[in-house]
Design a binder for this molecule. Structure first.
Ligand code: NAD
Length: 486
């Protein structure tokens, strides 16, 4: 494995010290099924110690001005940028990303940008308008004024999913640190090695204990962070099922919560839309990172008048979605993360077939070794089917016809999820009107491109709270109002 030392000892990071663990577990390349490293197996006690170390570092970190903290984040961005080019092989091996996705999206791009964005200080104070207050038993007559300021929440546990390990962590860590919080990172068990590298770099630049990294194969280490009183906030990205568990157990210690959860993105096509543009949009995400992306438009809701041409166009584009070795330049669709996840996606497709859907593209396991799923298109779908309601987190798209805008909105909203939806219509005004009726945290019109600094988050089971841009800083803060007589 080029550039990867399988015998390298990987350690967790607590209070500025790289700590060896007694046990380790294998990290598997989903492309080849080879072991590429042995990740440290932290215990619950390690998680508790990491939270205590973050608490210890909190006092001096939050005492710095935002300018000073942003200076640290800027230096961290420089250090990460010069080191991370060397992580491409590693990230590709542990995530199964294709070369293009690994180079441009896993390791660079959004990952470094998020540190850069939060290295610029933001004004977070908000003055209150003076308010006349009549004399009362409580206080004499006065004109009261004040300020609303933002305080850090405290120690933030960043618990993240496997699909984009570095990007997911950066999106939490950078705003949390800028606001004056300290952190414990708990990456997904499947691909934690690049996060350990990130911790090493951050530990060289930041004061000890400001960032700690805990890794484990079992959910218990994450659960220990949710339970300990030393953690004030859980910033979680992952499945809605685990998110709900964390909300329940976090309630005991009144954890502040940011929940970025699952999605089943609806893509509405009106009869006057540009079918080729919509199909191009769907195709660019259908097999992207093997469909392991929460914002993917996987529920196509297409006007009946353009239903057949849309399916024909989707069939045509699927011909170009080469499944194969993620290390080959021509590959568009690499493997999904694990054998068990491949089995889950296959069972998901089978449930659609059992419920009466027709497989018009894919549906069969590709021949290669590794955990591959062919891009699959299911038609004849109805709103009550499991494949329509649930997230596959694989390259599976379902199509349903609609009879007009209101019907399309009804079908789109008939979902427990509400993360990212898309509207393709003949003009932006019509698309905008439809968008306003959608129960979805984000909506893109006639495009699949997100605005990277728009508030991001979900309605319903897709989450609680918003991050990115200024909303990221707000998410990692407590509001404090200070008032005085003017
Ligand atoms: P997952 O929910 O299985 O795991 C996410 C993280 O939670 C992992 O680090 C895991 O170890 C940890 N965890 C599991 N049980 C826990 C517990 N009881 N207490 C504390 N931590 C626990 O998710 P996954 O399979 O890694 O990722 C796929 C999911 O993530 C999909 O549902 C996808 O939609 C979602 N996702 C959402 C976004 C978003 O921004 N909304 C982004 C990426 C992925």
């Amino acid at each position: 494995m080029s550039g990867i030392d399988v015998e390298e000892e990987w350690k967790i990071l607590i209070g500025g010290e790289h700590v060896s663990t007694e046990n380790h577990y294998d990290i598997i390349d989903p492309n080849t099924t080879e072991v590429i490293g042995h990740a440290p197996e932290a215990t619950d006690q390690h998680a508790i110690e990491a939270a205590a170390a973050a608490k210890e570092a909190l006092r001096s970190w939050k005492a710095l001005s935002m300018d000073e903290r942003c200076g640290y984040i800027g230096r961290a961005a420089d250090a990460i940028e010069s080191a991370c080019g060397d992580w491409v092989n590693l990230v590709q091996a542990e995530t199964g990303a294709t070369i293009r996705v690994a180079r441009t999206m896993q390791v660079a791009g959004a990952f470094v940008d998020r540190f850069r964005y939060y290295s610029r200080p933001h004004e977070m104070e908000q003055p209150l308008a003076p308010l006349y207050s009549a004399a009362s038993a409580l206080a004499p007559e006065s004109l009261i004024t004040g300020n609303v300021i933002r305080q850090p929440v405290g120690v933030v546990a960043c618990i993240t999913p496997y699909n984009f390990p570095l990007v997911n962590v950066a999106g939490k860590l950078a705003p949390a640190l800028a606001m004056g919080n300290t952190a414990v990172i708990k990456p997904a068990p499947q691909d934690p090695l690049a996060i350990i590298k990130l911790g090493e770099i951050l530990n060289e630049v930041l004061p000890p204990g400001v960032v700690n990294v805990i890794v484990g194969s079992s959910p218990d280490v994450g659960a220990a962070l949710v339970d300990t009183k030393d953690v004030d906030m859980i910033s979680f990205t992952g499945s809605s099922t685990v998110g709900a568990k964390i909300m329940e157990s976090g309630g005991k210690t009144m954890k502040r919560l940011l929940m970025e959860l699952g999605g089943k993105g609806a893509l509405i096509m009106t009869e006057d839309c540009d079918v080729q543009a919509a199909v191009g949009g769907i195709a660019s995400v259908w097999g992207f990172h093997s469909g392991q992306i929460c914002t993917a438009p996987t529920r196509v809701i297409c006007h009946r008048d353009i239903y057949e041409p849309t399916i024909e166009a989707l069939k045509a584009v699927s011909e170009f979605m080469t499944v194969g070795d993620a290390r080959e330049e021509g590959t568009l669709v690499g493997p999904v993360i694990t054998e068990s996840h491949r089995d889950r996606v296959e069972a998901f497709i089978q449930s659609g077939i059992d419920d009466g859907a027709e497989v018009v593209v894919g549906g069969e396991r590709p021949k290669q070794d590794g955990f591959f799923v062919a891009p699959t298109l299911l038609t004849d779908c109805t709103p009550d089917m499991h494949v329509v309601k649930e997230e596959a987190f694989g390259p599976v798209v379902v199509v349903m016809p609609h009879d007009g805008d209101d019907h399309a909105v009804e079908l789109a909203n008939n979902s427990d999820y509400g993360l990212f939806s898309y509207v393709y219509a003949g003009n932006t005004t019509r698309a905008y009107e439809i968008a306003q009726k959608l129960e979805s945290g984000n909506v893109a019109l006639n495009s699949i491109a997100p605005h990277m600094y728009a508030p991001f988050g979900g309605f319903k089971m897709s989450g609680v709270g918003r991050d990115r841009g200024r909303w990221g800083l707000e998410a990692y803060s407590e509001i404090q109002a200070i008032n005085w007589p003017s």
